[in-house]
Ligand binder design. Structure first.
Ligand SMILES: Nc1ncnc2c1ncn2[C@@H]1O[C@H](COP(=O)(O)OP(=O)(O)OP(=O)(O)O)[C@@H](O)[C@H]1O
Ligand SMILES: [Mg+2]
Length: 240
């Protein structure tokens, strides 16, 4: 796949109020090219909401998301790659789902074909490329979603529980792909409840609780000496 200039995403003092309640509360978050940044926290702590803010899907009530182009590339929201828990599947074949995205970006037809075939081979879906994407298993749909996001050449990648429906083998395949992209300099934010996976992937961890960031640490420090009581409690069940 082609090499791309990357983006740095920075959330500054982000807040989001819903029903008089701050569901994101003064959060600062930096997604840069220093390895994969893990984002963890209990159900309802605000991870998906924060990713949606970072991706520009929702507008914060306070604060801002700043995007910096690296390597002389102008920043553009179109270059934010996003994988949510449930991928949006269009009523087309796998190939058609991928083609739609590249056509919308204005990529020429002959280049689209090469990129799509390479992307689908990467997630082991090439043989199924003509199948209606809505008939795929949920794990296959997630793999398709990853191929679709990668062939679109993202400048930054935000993943929300991207492997939660995948079997162990597919999970490791996706991890290897994302790891290699991050090694090439692609900034990655990775939300997961899978702590073993967090150890395998992340170099830095951001821990959220009730809409706030309560710890931001190197991965080994996070597991050895979590920087808040809430983070310690979150990790407790890993050890029992
Ligand atoms: N539009 C909304 N109106 C009211 N409350 C909302 C809205 N969107 C999200 N919330 C609340 O904000 C909190 C954070 O939700 P979010 O989906 O970001 O959590 P999460 O950390 O991703 O959880 P999970 O691990 O279960 O995916 C939840 O309590 C949710 O109910
Ligand atoms: Mg979520």
């Amino acid at each position: 796949m082609i090499k791309v200039p990357h983006l740095m995403l920075e959330g500054l003092n982000l807040s989001l109020i819903r029903q008089d309640h701050p569901i994101i509360n003064g959060v600062n978050l930096n997604v840069g090219n220093t390895g994969i940044c893990g984002l963890v926290g209990a159900n309802g702590s605000g991870k998906t909401t924060l990713i949606s803010l970072m991706a520009g899907l929702i507008t914060p009530d306070a604060g801002e998301v700043r995007m910096t182009g690296m390597g002389g590339m102008a920043p553009s929201p179109l270059r934010i790659g996003l994988m949510m828990q449930k991928p949006v599947i269009m009523r087309r074949s796998i190939y058609g789902n991928c083609d739609y995205v590249l056509a919308a970006q204005g990529v020429a037809a002959h280049e689209r074909k090469a990129r799509i075939e390479e992307g689908l081979a990467l997630v082991n879906l090439y043989a199924l490329r003509h199948q209606d994407a809505r008939t795929l298993s949920s794990g296959e749909q997630q793999r398709m979603a990853l191929a679709r996001v990668l062939i679109a050449d993202p400048g930054v990648l935000l993943c929300d529980e991207a492997t939660s429906n995948l079997d162990p083998q597919s999970t490791r395949m996706i991890e290897a792909i994302v790891k290699s992209k991050a090694k090439d300099g692609l900034p990655v934010l990775w939300v997961t409840h899978n702590l073993a996976q967090l150890r395998r992937l992340a170099s830095r961890v951001v821990f959220m609780d009730q809409g706030r960031v309560l710890a931001e640490q190197e991965i080994s420090d996070f597991f050895e000496a979590p920087a808040s009581k809430e983070a310690r409690d979150y990790l407790y069940f890993e050890s029992v």
